[in-house]
Design a protein around this ligand. Structure first.
Ligand SMILES: [Zn+2]
Length: 179
């Protein structure tokens, strides 16, 4: 991307010089800059490879999960959080999460496994040990909240890993729907 934008700037500059110097055949089109065009092709190729590898990894992961487990509980995509988040990486992560869930859906159907999709509400804020919601999180900004990877429960003082705690809550919530 850096090289592409450098080539782009150079081409723009060359076109401006051509115009300014009133050369006989001024270059006016980016198509006339092979080095820029090559950079465009290279960036497109690399992006395609990255997308293919991501899709491939997602397939490997979902196949393994469905083969290894009879019941899988996952959080549904939170539309509210998605709207709130304008960061590119977050929107890519959201898109991947949607793909992951749709793959789990049809693969669970293939293999006769059970998929439970639960509402993500508060799964990261409730302590799985004592089931109390941590209200210290209420005052945090979005970025402070996302940065909180580990926390201590103000109620029972358990030391919790954010993702592991959320996963346990998701599983418990999922299993409740079966009872
Ligand atoms: Zn607790």
């Amino acid at each position: 991307e850096r090289k592409k934008s450098r080539r782009y700037e150079n081409a723009k500059k060359a076109m401006a010089f051509d115009e300014h110097d009133k050369v006989l055949f001024p270059r006016t089109d980016l198509k006339q800059f092979p080095r820029y065009q090559q950079a465009v092709r290279t960036v497109a190729k690399l992006k395609k490879h990255i997308a293919e590898r991501r899709r491939d990894n997602l397939h490997k992961l979902t196949t393994r999960l469905v083969k290894d487990y009879d019941t899988i509980a996952v959080e549904n995509l939170s539309v509210k959080n998605m709207m709130k988040n304008h960061h590119l990486s977050a929107s890519i992560a959201n898109a991947s999460w949607g793909t992951l869930i749709s793959q789990l859906k049809y693969k669970c159907a293939w293999y006769g496994k059970r998929l439970i999709i639960i509402d993500p509400k508060n799964t990261s804020r409730i302590c799985h040990e004592c089931k109390q919601k941590n209200h210290e999180f209420d005052s945090l900004s979005q970025s402070e909240w996302l940065a909180a990877r580990e926390w201590d429960c103000p109620n029972c003082h358990a030391h919790l890993d954010r993702d592991v705690n959320a996963a346990k809550n998701i599983l418990a919530k999922g299993l409740e729907t079966l009872a």
